[in-house]
Design a protein around this ligand. Structure first.
Ligand code: PLP
Length: 319
């Protein structure tokens, strides 16, 4: 059995990222509270640095590098928020970052990563294996690979968002967290079991990519093909060796929502709460809305995980 991170690691991570990460706001909406007949708290990681919670895990992991590791630098493979999180964290900590991205990655994401000082190396997603390219770069140049979710320091860092939420609101009755590879959910689970032990904790996936739900219910990690969904941050194919056992132990259930339900939440966030949330960031709210009858009279937390979306695409989706 791998050594699983604990809540003590989340506390240590909070100390390391303090001053570098934003202490993100917790928003409430009278409209939502009336719709639910409940008190609902939104932890807004769309307002985190680089636009998503991933900064927390990346900065925590990189700040634990030895002097030699810092000199050689970090490598990551991602076309999404993890790439930007690693590039920005590396720049803040004064180390080089190499990011392996697919040739057809959105130009805005490539530009953002380069803008943070990351060196981008492209690969062909149909013929090449990015993990292998990452590992080869790591070996050849002595770089340290930081994976997007299956890493104890990444999990502990991601758990700091839920820690902040519970410290602000006190214990909650139910908490909804977006689920891709499970770094955010497993870190949130460590914080939840420490600070709100009786809270019902739910992971939420896109319907088309319910590998986490299948894994949770069958008791073994299920692998799927890359799912077709607008929730690009949750297009993962499987949970991790570290994230899965924590999720199995500490999470109450895994729920799913459709792309249409995500779009309705994006529109609600923009129109009523005046915030830009990317499709993946809407997973938690969409699931809570579907079961609002059972949340009546309760205190509910929702993790809004990120806000990085090309504005033209955003407009197209909510139009
Ligand atoms: C990465 C990401 C997720 C999923 O996080 P995991 O740790 O992979 O489960 C959810 N939302 C956003 C915005 C992300 O960038």
């Amino acid at each position: 059995m791998n050594m699983l991170p604990t809540y003590d690691d989340v506390v240590d991570a909070a100390g390391r990222i303090a001053g570098a990460a934003n202490f993100t706001p917790v928003l409430t909406s009278r409209t939502v509270n009336e719709e639910f007949g409940a008190q609902v708290y939104f932890k807004c990681e769309n307002m985190q640095r680089m636009g998503a919670f991933k900064f927390r895990g990346a900065y925590n992991a990189l700040s634990r590098f030895s002097p030699e590791q810092r000199r050689a630098g970090v490598v990551a493979f991602s076309s999404g928020n993890h790439a930007q999180a690693v590039a920005l964290s590396a720049r803040l900590l004064g180390m080089p970052a190499t990011i392996v991205m697919p040739q057809d990655a959105p130009a805005a994401k490539v530009a953002a990563t380069q803008g943070y000082g990351g060196k981008v190396i492209f690969y062909d997603r149909y013929t090449e294996d990015r993990e292998q390219i990452g590992r080869e770069l790591a070996e050849k140049h002595g770089l340290t690979l930081v994976p997007p979710y299956d890493h104890a320091d990444v999990i502990a860092g991601q758990g700091t968002a839920a820690k902040e939420l519970f410290e602000e609101t006190g214990p909650l009755d139910a908490f909804f967290v977006c689920l891709g590879g499970g770094g955010l959910l497993s870190g949130s689970a460590l914080a939840t079991r420490a600070l709100a032990p009786n809270c019902d904790l739910y992971g939420v996936e896109p319907e088309a990519g319910n590998d986490g739900q299948q894994s949770f219910r069958s008791g073994a990690i299920v692998h799927i093909d890359t799912p077709k969904t607008i929730a690009d941050g949750a297009q993962t194919q499987h949970l991790g060796k570290l994230t899965f056992p924590i999720i199995q132990r500490d999470v109450d259930d895994i729920l799913t929502v459709s792309d249409d339900e995500l779009v309705q939440c994006m529109r609600f966030f923009a129109e009523r709460m005046k915030i830009v949330v990317e499709p993946t960031g809407c997973l938690g709210f969409a699931a809570a809305r579907k079961m609002k009858e059972s949340l009546r009279g309760k205190r509910v937390g929702i993790l809004v995980s990120g806000g990085n979306i090309d504005l033209a695409r955003f407009a197209g989706l909510i139009a």
